[in-house]
Design a protein around this ligand. Structure first.
Ligand SMILES: Nc1ncnc2c1ncn2[C@@H]1O[C@H](COP(=O)(O)OP(=O)(O)OP(=O)(O)O)[C@@H](O)[C@H]1O
Ligand SMILES: [Mg+2]
Length: 257
């Protein structure tokens, strides 16, 4: 009887010690995660402020220059051109930052419906007419009929815009950007391919991080971070295959029933 009592007591004390040890470990782990989150949040705010500062300072500079009443008309027009460029940059940046923060806090609302991929791709492509002609490249659409996704059409259009925008930036002048759609096993796919220089394999794992840019193009590095978060929120995913001369971003989404 005493033996059983002692064994019981030992089991109790042992159990208590193990539980305490485990909860201290869990607590340490949680503290580490919280500290990491806090660091990420601070880094996000620091980088965002830095990104905002550049166009704001540049705007201030041009406004000061424009105050000179003796400026000749062509110079004034040139300065005004820079002003509207910086305003556009600020507009895009503020919309992107808001989207990203809503995505990360889980407060971005999605309105899924049945979306025809061909129709949506055609309408987004039309927005690129001017930038394509400036760049002397063209869009080739290979759109399968009746490919329908279950997703938010506004957000899908945003992803397609981000992918085509990157392709236009990176493909050499005179080449075609090819957009294809397909349906397979309850999933739909939309792929955007360009003939550009490709992405350094070492940079590939980082291109979906906010603010990461693998080149010195003028972007803020938010496009792909937003696109991949959006894809995941719509139960899809975004992946990339890249080599010098061929880069393909493929978006996969659930097919509409
Ligand atoms: N099609 C592509 N070909 C080569 N590199 C690419 C391509 N798409 C993206 N990248 C690389 O990935 C980086 C991240 O892309 P992302 O769209 O997130 O940012 P960005 O285009 O630089 O800026 P933003 O989209 O916010 O204006 C880019 O800076 C570029 O280096
Ligand atoms: Mg981009």
């Amino acid at each position: 009887m005493r033996g059983i009592l002692i064994a019981g007591l030992l089991a109790l004390v042992g159990g208590y010690l193990v539980a305490r040890w485990l909860s201290a470990r869990a607590l340490n782990g949680m503290q580490r995660e919280l500290a990491q989150l806090e660091r990420a949040r601070k880094r996000f705010i620091a980088t965002a402020s830095h990104e905002l500062r550049t166009p704001v300072f540049s705007l201030g500079g041009f406004v000061e220059l424009l105050e000179d009443e003796e400026l000749d008309a062509p110079t004034r027009r040139r300065f005004l051109g820079h002003v509207s460029e910086q305003v556009e940059r600020l507009r895009k940046l503020s919309v992107d930052l808001l989207d990203l923060s809503r995505l990360e806090s889980g407060t971005l609302e999605l309105r899924p419906e049945q979306v025809d991929l061909a129709e949506l791709t055609r309408s987004v492509s039309a927005e690129f007419e001017v930038s394509l002609s400036h760049h002397d490249s063209r869009l080739e659409l290979l759109l399968a009929p009746r490919v329908e996704a279950a997703c938010d059409p506004v957000r899908l259009a945003q992803i397609v815009r981000i992918l085509i925008d990157n392709a236009v930036t990176h493909t050499p002048a005179g080449t075609a950007i090819v957009v294809t759609t397909a349906r397979e096993d309850g999933r739909v796919r939309l792929a955007v391919r360009d003939d550009g220089e490709g992405i350094d394999p070492a940079a590939v794992p980082r291109i979906f991080e906010p603010f990461y840019t693998a080149d010195d193009a003028q972007g803020s590095g938010l496009g792909l971070a937003i696109a991949s978060e959006l894809a995941e929120r719509m139960d899809g995913r975004l992946k990339v295959e890249t080599a010098p001369g061929a880069t393909v971003f493929t978006l996969e989404l659930p097919a509409a029933a």
